[in-house]
Write a protein of this length. Structure first.
Length: 395
């Protein structure tokens, strides 16, 4: 009996170009942070339309350094969404600040600006919106609130490389500090890694120094000096958060392919839309026409989520998810809301019912595989199989 191929969630698209690039770095004799990191930063800044891009070891590191560079200190509060991976909240905790949660919009699944405004106190220092699944948050409203209240905005763009808000790529918005992830399952990868983009020279310089122990001269700069000894000293508290040239070489290859990757994601998402629009909900946008010339929003489609109409289902979400996986489709769930994790429940006293919109979305959501490493045949198989399971289980 032929066993069906298991369609993996988030399988990266790597080819001979990445193999060649990393081989060249290994042969060069310099595999740490160096010229490839600088090249990657330059290309990435150009891609998103920012003045500066600073490479780091992960998006978590990017968020931590961006918060510190923006002046977040112990005792401050940072407002963010309950529907995110714990790394978002952990980065706030690293700074000694308190994460304050604001519930989401039921259509976009992004943080709701109305709830942000209600969550602001005298201790609020920053807003940390998460472009959930790759759909941009309502940045006009968020930036307006931040400007009115004198708050910093740090975007968690882990899902959003290639996304656009009003025709501008995320990471290139005015006054933006955006943090990206290049984890293996993201829209582009450097195996591990992250990037901070900004137009603020002071912010960029602080992050560059903090990413390598707070030293004012990085190893590559000292190495470039040749026989001349270049001294360095620690000028502020820092961390070991740098990217390497081996990772950057892969990132450069992936960045060059990113637009083609995005086109493929959109092709498959259109197939999914056709199949699922009449049997379940999807992440549909910002209560506005996302295709209009005025708004020009582009979803990065890192995640394609369906939200079951559970009141019409004979089985629960977990049972349906398992049926899908039994058919060889690597569907999963994004994410258990932050306030439902034991650590944060116990530390801040969160309880069920605190953020009902996020809780409702979580209880209904299933994330389907959607990657350019899939074939058209794979995408159609996912759509047909999952819809059949949903329809079969409807009352």
């Amino acid at each position: 009996m032929n066993k069906k191929k298991f369609i993996v969630f988030g399988k990266p698209s790597l080819d001979k170009e990445e193999i060649r690039a990393i081989t060249e770095v290994l042969k060069s004799g310099w595999i740490g942070m160096g010229p490839k990191c600088e090249e990657f930063e330059k290309l990435f800044a150009e891609y998103v339309g920012a003045k500066y891009a600073v490479s780091v070891s992960s998006c978590t590191a990017a968020l931590h350094l961006a918060l510190l560079a923006a002046g977040v200190e112990p005792g401050d509060e940072v407002i963010t969404t309950p529907l995110t991976f714990v790394a978002t909240i952990n980065a706030i905790e690293y700074c000694g600040a308190k994460p304050v949660l604001a519930d989401i919009d039921p259509k976009s699944l992004n943080i709701n600006p109305e709830f942000i405004r209600k969550a602001i106190t005298k201790k609020t220092k920053a807003i940390l919106p998460v472009h959930f699944g790759g759909l941009p948050c309502d940045m006009d409203s968020i930036n307006a609130i931040a400007q009115e209240k004198g708050l910093a905005v740090i975007e968690d763009a882990a899902h959003a490389v290639g996304a656009e808000w009003r025709g501008v790529r995320i990471g290139g918005l005015k006054n933006s500090i955006a943090c990206f992830s290049f984890y293996p399952n993201k829209n582009m990868t450097s195996i591990e890694g992250g990037m901070v983009t900004t137009d603020n020279a002071e912010i960029a310089e602080k992050i560059k120094i903090m990413r390598v122990h707070g030293m004012d001269n990085e190893a590559w700069k000292r190495y470039q000096g040749g026989k001349k000894l270049i001294h360095s000293e620690m000028v502020m508290p820092g961390f070991k958060y740098n990217l390497t040239d081996a990772q950057a070489a892969i990132g450069i290859c992936q960045l060059k392919k990113l637009d083609k990757f995005q086109d493929k994601r959109e092709e498959y998402a259109e197939i999914y839309d056709d199949y699922f629009s009449d049997v379940c909900d999807t992440q549909v946008g910002l209560s506005m026409d996302t295709d209009s010339a005025e708004f020009r929003i582009r979803h990065a489609l890192h995640l394609y989520l369906i939200l079951l109409k559970t009141e019409k289902m004979r089985k629960g979400r977990e049972e349906i998810l398992q049926e899908i996986r039994d058919e060889g489709i690597g569907a999963t769930i994004h994410y258990l809301p932050v306030h439902m994790h034991r650590y944060y429940r116990e530390k801040f006293g969160f309880k069920k019912g605190d953020f009902p919109v996020a809780e409702d979305a979580y209880q209904r959501m299933i994330t389907l595989p959607l990657t350019p490493s899939m074939t058209l045949k794979d995408a159609k198989r996912v759509a047909e199989t999952v819809k059949c399971i949903i329809v079969t289980n409807m009352k």
